[in-house]
Ligand binder design. Sequence first.
Ligand SMILES: Nc1nc2c(c(=O)[nH]1)N[C@H]1C(S)=C(S)[C@@H](COP(=O)(O)OP(=O)(O)OC[C@H]3O[C@@H](n4cnc5c(N)ncnc54)[C@H](O)[C@@H]3O)O[C@H]1N2
Ligand code: MOO
Ligand SMILES: [Mg+2]
Length: 612
Amino acid sequence: MESITFGVLTISDTCYHEPAKDRSGRRLMALIGESFDNSQVIAAVLPDERDLIQRELRKWIDRDDVRVIITTGGTGFAPRDVTPEATKPLLDKDCNQLTLAIALTSLKKTKFAALSRGVCGIAGNTLVLNFPGSEKAVVECFEAVRELLPHALHLIGNNVELVARTHAEVQGTAQSEAAVPSLVKRDHVCPHKTGAGDDVDRNSPFPMVPVHQALDTILTVVQRNNESNQEMDQLRSPVNIPPFRASIKDGYAMKSTGFSGTKRVVDCIAAGDKVNEHPLQEDECFKINTGAPVPTHADCVVQVEDTRLLQRDKYGEESLVDILVEPKAGLDIRPIGHDMRKGDKVFPAADYSPVVYKSLLASVGIKQRQRKPKVGIISTGSELLAPHQPAVAGKIYDSNTTMLEELLLYFGFDCRQKLVLGDDLAGIKMSLSALIDTVDFVICTGGVSMGDKDYIKPVLEELNFKLHFGRVNMKPGKPMTFASRGNKYFFGLPGNPVSAFVTFHLFALPAIRWADGWERAKCPLPIINISLLNDAIDLDSRPEYMRASVTSINGKLHASVNGDQISSRLQSIVGADVLIHLPGRTAEKPQAHAGEIYSASVLRYDFISRYE
Ligand SMILES: Nc1nc2c(c(=O)[nH]1)N[C@H]1C(S)=C(S)[C@@H](COP(=O)(O)OP(=O)(O)OC[C@H]3O[C@@H](n4cnc5c(N)ncnc54)[C@H](O)[C@@H]3O)O[C@H]1N2
Ligand code: MOO
Ligand SMILES: [Mg+2]
């Protein structure tokens, strides 16, 4: 397969000064990488300056390897938008129909696409395309040309044989099924034919996207529910806490204008009593308990430790006490509304912990259900037995359903419905189609890899889901799949129990938290730096997420890997406090060593297993 170099030129005054803001350029690079095998990308960011743009474009056009240049930005109506003006003089041929194809695709999404003046054309052997500057527009424009590019390049390069084959393919007259060399990765997924859909290319048609990109995609696609945020922000307390002046101590309530010394105990006040309004003399006091209402005419409480009992009456009740400290106004009294005033915000900040949410509402007497995303679980596999069933030859016990349900509960979400389905295309299709009407998220395990019974991807396609990715460059969890249809989201976790465990934590949980309104930074698990205790771990070609247990040695955190890390061995989650992020193997770094520091995702609240 031939290698081609793409040039991605971001044209924006803002991005020139702050390259980190260049989202459209970065997105284009990612799209090129995902769509074209063997592609290289060179990139630059320039301000909206005609001369500078032209100079850079000319330099790239003159390079033999650069076959496509895509600019992003500077195509609008603003005075400084000059990208088309900089591009046009360099073009040998206009490609108006390509410009039209891009415009038509974009116009379907927004009428504002009419305000882009981008041009397309051929300069030497290079195809030059002007895209607008927004990330969304770039995605749409790229989609419009993605399938056309390989053939366009074959034509520009005058590659007669490849052009003929493409024509034959388009006209349905291709002689053989043998691979027509194609640069573009195929979209179509067939349960029985993997790869490009034929028997020659047996590879997955899904590019392996990096973990961070997969998470970015998920959090871009999933809609954040701001309603619960707003609800929390707007909720005002209907009551004062405390609703009366409450004693902070067990002791004696009295007037501060009085004195220390002997006082008569006139009554006893317990928590739950009404406010006592009887007049009180300076030489009198009430015995009072913590949390009880302070009588109207008392203004301080002296704790029992600072008093001495002098006398009891004939019924055994205290009648005289010696007050050993000077009574001071307000001493040990919580004023009305001290903790929360009526009309105050109940939640000073958004906090999604059910413990926090439910207890605060209870404290102000509000009974309200916390709105949480609705989640359903599907486990697929004709080999699965429910844990209560007797063992059967050829079958295994289903651990994923229980694990996912418990994980949801652990993180404060619940499972609305769970289904266990056999590997049967029609059955999965019917069940998923019904389930998706009742929940926001489906977390499914199994059936996402390369087998002829792995039906999940084809079912998603048949149900008109958009498959955002179908493989991730990670171990375990490679076939991790994410799809959406409107505001319904589908997580296809791999069937191996540990793969499901890891991908739940890294992808499904952040997505559900995001939908629940959590802050972006708090959606993934917390990440810490940790020192590795094991030595000479062979790194995998994929970045690996090893289950490890944490030991605190003199306050420093160390991680030891939990035995065999094969993705079927669920025992590796026993005592697993963290997932250590080990990088993919390189020639320079084939192994991880003891004492090296790695990032680790914290799996649980009580994440330190041992102290030494
Ligand atoms: N030719 C290839 N084969 C496989 C690849 C590949 O790239 N090329 N990827 C492997 C990887 S990595 C993984 S992970 C698995 C993922 O497989 P699926 O998601 O298709 O899952 P299944 O095939 O249905 O099951 C895999 C494995 O897990 C067991 N399983 C499934 N569900 C449960 C459950 N609920 N409880 C317990 N165990 C379960 C199942 O019996 C299988 O042993 O694919 C590799 N193959
Ligand atoms: O990546 Mo698979 O998830 O190795 O087991
Ligand atoms: Mg499979």
